[in-house]
Design a protein. Sequence first.
Lengths: 246, 246, 246
Amino acid sequence: MIALFTDFGLEGPYTGQVKAAIWREAPNVPIIDLFADAPSRRPMEAAYLLAAYSDVLPVGGVFLAVIDPTVGSDRPGVAALVDGRWFVGPGNGLFELLLRRGAMVETYVIPAEAKMISPSFHGRDLFAPVAARLAKGVSPRDAGLEEGPIPRFADWPDDLAAIVYVDVYGNLMTGLRAGALPADVSLAIAGQRLERARTFSDVPTGMAFWYKNANNLVEVAVNCGRANILFNQGIGGAIQIVPQTP
Amino acid sequence: MIALFTDFGLEGPYTGQVKAAIWREAPNVPIIDLFADAPSRRPMEAAYLLAAYSDVLPVGGVFLAVIDPTVGSDRPGVAALVDGRWFVGPGNGLFELLLRRGAMVETYVIPAEAKMISPSFHGRDLFAPVAARLAKGVSPRDAGLEEGPIPRFADWPDDLAAIVYVDVYGNLMTGLRAGALPADVSLAIAGQRLERARTFSDVPTGMAFWYKNANNLVEVAVNCGRANILFNQGIGGAIQIVPQTP
Amino acid sequence: MIALFTDFGLEGPYTGQVKAAIWREAPNVPIIDLFADAPSRRPMEAAYLLAAYSDVLPVGGVFLAVIDPTVGSDRPGVAALVDGRWFVGPGNGLFELLLRRGAMVETYVIPAEAKMISPSFHGRDLFAPVAARLAKGVSPRDAGLEEGPIPRFADWPDDLAAIVYVDVYGNLMTGLRAGALPADVSLAIAGQRLERARTFSDVPTGMAFWYKNANNLVEVAVNCGRANILFNQGIGGAIQIVPQTP
């Protein structure tokens, strides 16, 4: 199974072309549209989001992840095998948190051959064929990979106290894992304090709260409301962890 | 075949996660994205819409329908077999019209086990696995169902004189079946009278009319225009049936 | 493999119903969502766009193309086999450039039988079953086609100096093939001159340029910006080719 994690947008031909490229190489492999609206041109925020969704595919699955604002420059194409799942995409930090959190990690680069590839669409011409071959189960070498180190971003924090995704309901996903915080810590956003709740139906209509979302990220939400509008916040907006008094 | 009927929205990871959950249980079962923008948080309007689209799948097909504003509360998870097609989702009235109109009906509940399910994402954790097993053809019991009654909403009308969906062209689908009205009845919306036409190209540019849409619902449209803007109406907006003079 | 090229929009049930109709006839044939937002109600602009994307499918593939503002009128349903790929849809010029540029071309019409088809949804009821049968590899006759000429639009230019698509990033695709222009010609849009660049990362942030996009069309873009907003242009907007001084 292959999952797509991109900022290609929902409209237009980009995702369709990537799927066609995959199916030419690996006919009928199931493809999941996971995110077509991952944080646009922001590999850092996207990296925390991707790491939280890596268990959507079973072991053996392949993530094709393309947030690639410098496509066509000399940033390398890379792949990583992390605890049995493959990740293929640009070497711009997108896999940083996966590498850091993984127990069993192998890293690879995609050699920059003199290929007929478009300078503006590596997702289709470079990454999709590699992902398709990995999904078929061929060896990394036969998939077009060479073992080697990939760029690391050691200054990024282990959890990111910022918004990494605004969902269709206006909920604000953060780069904080709920399990990395004290269970009942208070948070703050835009100067307003938030307490934890279990789920939407546990708080009154119109009340803001934070909760552990279905992928174990801290998420700020409003029951029957839109947190992004209430707090006027978007991708990159800061979250504060309120110090606990002993 | 499985069809998805949800208010998850087009963006974000929700539909993709549901598909991954289905394919883990039933690899390669074809999945149709029918509606990801069914009436948000409005099970009643959604119920009339779903009933009109139940023949999209052949007999044996499974609808996974999730309009679930009270997810995490004590509303039950349910399933129904109606004239050979399965419907799986929350027991909040979403299947009311199907049950009422069906000739052969069986109803089931999904026992609330002590499962590791997210309180905010029953679509992925509770309903998708059941739908996948039913699509594979296992027995209701093996799919995780128990025979039993499901909540009914006897006060809802047989046809709903209100808008249940606004499509991408601005057309206004109603909860009225065209076959339930006199053939050439006049309707009214926002104080303006509408006559029936066969299709768009049969009326002048800019003229509003009503017609039997491709799923046999009464739909209000404007040739080369947007009825939702012309009449300033959305989901829940009322339609009047103009009395006929003998 | 079947690719969908329509103006059905991303929302709502239209694409899903077409897929269900295809899979009833050709179970499990892979379907690519290429464009659901092709130029709405504009077969001419759509024709140049479709021609540029015809190599998304391998030989043997089938394009189901529905930009059909006069559905229900007497415009014929047609199909064309162009250099090994099938195109099925309305006979309103949508395949004009494909026919003109193809080396091996066969044309067919879909007889208007007394079928139970909706006057407003030929994509589902007329074109999808034909496309599905062709994708299975049956003969044109068994797919429901008759050999015959299809309407031609001889006054349309070979390349169109106008915008045919605005993508999710605000880039402006034109109906000009890059290979049909002198390599370093200057263009102009909204009175502003544009020079050619290889790709986004080759120009400074905020600079507008034109480049050969990943499908060999001339595309106007702004590095880290939105060309549609900068130039206030949309579908149909004119592009000028600046005369070269010798």
